[in-house]
Design a protein around this ligand. Structure first.
Ligand code: FAD
Length: 322
């Protein structure tokens, strides 16, 4: 039974991994060139910056057990007590979940067409000029709620639970220094000003490098206000706010990234969405909150619901089961 998964972040890959384990033929469509979504690491020459999620925690038994597997496989390590990071970058756990799954990267899905048993995905950026993929029994959207709403609407589907979901944007400044800064802490959260959090990337396991690398996240309020501010001007303001912590050091590299849907502020109040008639579902951090674990839990929970709904519970079976 073929299932289309839209989005190769933590939620989508957790769901795809579980579905594959139960014998479903899952194809993942990802608009970017990498896996992991907001669990991201930007590499520029010898520099690397975790510019999305800084770390993740594991509160529930299910995610903790997965984390232990990642630690054993060397794709996650503890940075600070209870604060975990991917190894050697934040995308590593997602890549581990995606092993053995067909993932089509660089394919942004812009529409759904058809119906249960014969869904087709429309893409405007697909490689090799392909603009349509199918046919699929079921479709799962593992993307931020504001992006699910128009995609579902393209097939006449409405999930009212998603309409109240709200995300905060986050402007992120990446800096590198070849001189010593005044920073001695692993991270800091200034009490006021536009910076919410700043981390010394190089203090994380596996990220040692010749230069001091910093990642600074602007506050939700400042990010909202400056979402359209020209890059140079926004970067300059954030750098200025960091100056008191940097001493005389001047950055030798700087780059700004804008996350439009960074952190969930208002959740949907449901663990996932699944329409068993149309065979269309959705999962993501919008279900449980702005955390990697919430995305994982939502993906897992949806996969279990799909397995039950589509009547395929036998591990490794390739035909519909009872
Ligand atoms: C700046 C920042 C700091 C954060 N800090 C933390 C933290 O410290 N701790 C923590 O636990 N969490 C943190 N988070 C939140 C955490 O990263 C997210 O909650 C989690 O990664 C969300 O996973 P997801 O799978 O739901 O969504 P995403 O990671 O957004 O994955 C969705 C994927 O779908 C793709 N996609 C979207 N639309 C389409 C389309 N139409 N077609 C194809 N592909 C599509 C995207 O490219 C993306 O890869 C932070 C996030 C940000 C941005």
């Amino acid at each position: 039974m073929k299932i289309a998964m839209i989005g190769a972040g933590m939620a989508g890959l957790a769901a795809a991994n579980r579905l594959r384990e139960r014998g479903f033929d899952c194809t993942v469509f990802e608009k970017s060139r990498g896996l992991g979504g907001r669990m991201a690491t930007r590499r520029v020459d010898a520099l690397q910056f975790d510019h999305g999620a800084q770390y993740f925690t594991a509160r529930g038994a299910r995610f903790r057990s997965r984390l232990m597997q990642w630690q054993t496989r060397g794709v996650a390590a503890e940075w600070l007590p209870g604060k975990w990071v991917g190894m050697p970058g934040m995308t590593a756990p997602a890549r581990s979940l995606g092993e053995g799954i067909e993932i089509i990267q660089g394919a942004r899905v812009t529409g759904l067409d058809g119906g249960p048993g014969h869904w087709r995905l429309i893409s405007d950026t697909a490689p090799n000029g392909a603009h349509e993929y199918g046919l699929f029994e079921a479709v799962i959207m593992a993307i931020p709620a504001p992006q699910i709403v128009p995609l579902a609407a393209s097939a006449g589907i409405r999930f009212p639970e998603l309409e109240s979901v709200r995300y905060a944007p986050c402007l992120t400044l990446m800096l590198a220094f070849d001189a010593v800064t005044d920073l001695h802490e692993w991270s800091l959260s200034p009490a006021e000003g536009p910076i919410a959090w700043m981390a010394r990337n190089r203090t994380k396991p596996g990220r040692e490098g010749p230069l001091e690398t910093l990642v600074a996240h602007a506050t939700p309020a400042w990010s909202r206000q400056h979402v359209d501010t020209p890059t140079e001007s926004a970067a300059e303001t954030l750098l200025h706010a960091l100056r008191p912590h940097l001493g005389a050091a001047e950055p030798v590299f700087r780059m700004l990234h804008r996350w439009l849907y960074a952190r969930v502020e208002q959740t949907a109040g449901v663990p996932y969405l699944w329409d068993p008639i149309r065979q269309v579902g959705a999962c993501g951090d919008w279900a449980g909150g702005p955390r990697v674990e919430a995305a994982f839990d939502s993906g897992e929970a949806l996969a279990m619901a799909v397995i039950e709904s589509l009547g395929r519970t036998r591990q490794g079976s390739s035909e519909p089961g009872g």
